[in-house]
Design a protein around this ligand. Structure first.
Ligand SMILES: *Cc1c(COP(=O)(O)O)cnc(C)c1O
Length: 396
């Protein structure tokens, strides 16, 4: 196994050379001003990527899962109700965590491949006259199914029901790759991690709280210790950290946000959209369907691809890894064995995407699937050639 090839798993994502170097730091005294010079721009850059001017942002040594915990334990109390859609592995796990924290979960089950249903949320919230529900939890991009939910519509649903519930969004596999607007969409807590759109190793949870959510931190009664953002806030006020910070990763985050903002968030989103469109064209050329049930909810960062009935989709992933040293994502949970996933998130170009599509084709042909070598590559090539022509014309 060599590691020359890009990975096509939907996280952790490929780490650009410049970020690998940024993470590689000599030891420094985190109580000196040197540390503040890393932390402050990492926080400011994260807020820009989240598109928030008003939220308080915290960066913790954890992963996205720790970010979920940070969101709930700082704002809620035992017995509080939360409303959540369960339509993929990640929404499933966040709900499970809520239950372990003694929250009462009002769940709306959806087929894997559908989005969080704003209309159902509106009905349920409108019926909750006693305002028992304290927060609505949404997975912006279900990484297991390649489904994007519409956060703006869900905010509208909460407002139309005239309900005071918070809106908590898991943006782990969307933020930094797909359009996300914390302030404009009225998100109260946004959660992400370092190893997806930020193109870094795993190790940081990035969690931003609206001012209304910050007020709730004083009332919240769920037990919290390591993830207590009040300790973080106190230390941040003097440019410090409540315990030993992961300095290298924080420096990586500073540089990552600089990279994203220098490319321009709109260009980053357009690149992901273009690459995803090419991958979807390849899937159509192979004659397969996506797990996501309709185009309006297609993810721009991951495609979960249904293979023919009776075929073990996981064998594509195992074979591609063994024979070609290329990593794709396996199906998780309800769709295990039924889909394989091509991650197209983070540091990726059209040319890299073409190599992944080509490798997937070789694996599928090796395994006897009726796919023509070159069919998906050719379909994606057409998308990328034309998209570049259109973009060049627009810039001229
Ligand atoms: C990757 C991911 C997570 C977090 O996983 P960690 O392994 O804890 O970083 C959470 N939600 C979504 C949607 C994800 O894609």
């Amino acid at each position: 196994m060599h590691m020359q090839n890009p990975v096509f798993i939907p996280g952790p994502t490929n780490i650009p050379e410049v970020l690998r170097k940024a993470v590689d730091m000599p030891t420094l005294d985190h109580r000196s001003s040197l540390f503040g010079d890393i932390l402050a721009p990492a926080l400011a850059g994260s807020k820009q990527v989240l598109k928030t001017e008003t939220a308080d942002c915290f960066i913790l040594p954890a992963t996205g899962t720790g970010g979920w915990e940070t969101a709930i334990c700082n704002t809620l109390s035992p017995g509080d109700a939360v409303l959540a859609a369960r339509h993929g592995m990640f929404s499933h796990r966040w709900i499970d965590m809520c239950r372990r924290h003694q929250l009462s979960v009002e769940k709306v089950d959806g087929r894997w491949g559908t989005a969080a249903p704003a209309d159902r949320f509106e009905e349920i919230l409108a019926g909750d006259k006693a305002h028992r529900i304290k927060a609505v939890l949404v997975t912006h991009n279900e990484t297991a199914t390649g489904v994007r939910s519409n956060i703006r519509e869900i905010r509208t649903a909460i407002d139309r029901a005239r309900h005071p519930a918070f809106l908590f969004v898991d943006g782990v596999s969307s933020i930094g790759s797909m359009d996300f607007r914390m302030d404009e969409w009225g998100v109260d807590v946004a959660v992400t991690g370092s190893q997806k759109g930020f193109m870094l190793p795993a190790g940081l949870a990035i969690v931003a709280f609206s001012q209304r959510a910050m007020e709730a931190t004083a009332r919240a009664k769920l037990p919290r210790a390591f993830f207590d953002i009040r300790d973080m806030a106190k230390s941040y006020a003097s440019g410090g950290y409540p315990y030993t910070p992961t300095v290298g990763l924080l420096n990586g985050l500073k540089v990552s946000t600089e990279l994203l903002l220098a490319e321009g968030l709109d260009s980053v989103f357009a690149r992901h959209r273009r690459i995803a469109t090419g991958v979807r064209a390849a899937v159509a050329a192979w004659g397969f369907r996506l797990c996501a049930e309709e185009p309006s909810i297609y993810s721009e960062t991951v495609s979960a691809i249904r293979t023919p009935e009776g075929f073990d989709a996981t064998s594509i992933v195992t074979h591609a890894s063994r024979k070609y040293d290329v990593a794709f994502g396996v199906g998780l949970g309800d769709v295990a064995g039924k889909v394989f996933r091509i991650g197209h998130i983070g540091s990726l170009t059209d040319v890299m995407a073409l190599s992944g599509i080509a490798a997937a084709e070789m694996a599928m042909v090796d395994l006897g699937l009726k796919v023509d070598l070159g069919s998906g590559v050719s379909a994606a090539q057409d998308v990328y050639r034309m998209a570049h022509d259109t973009e060049a014309l627009a810039a001229a």
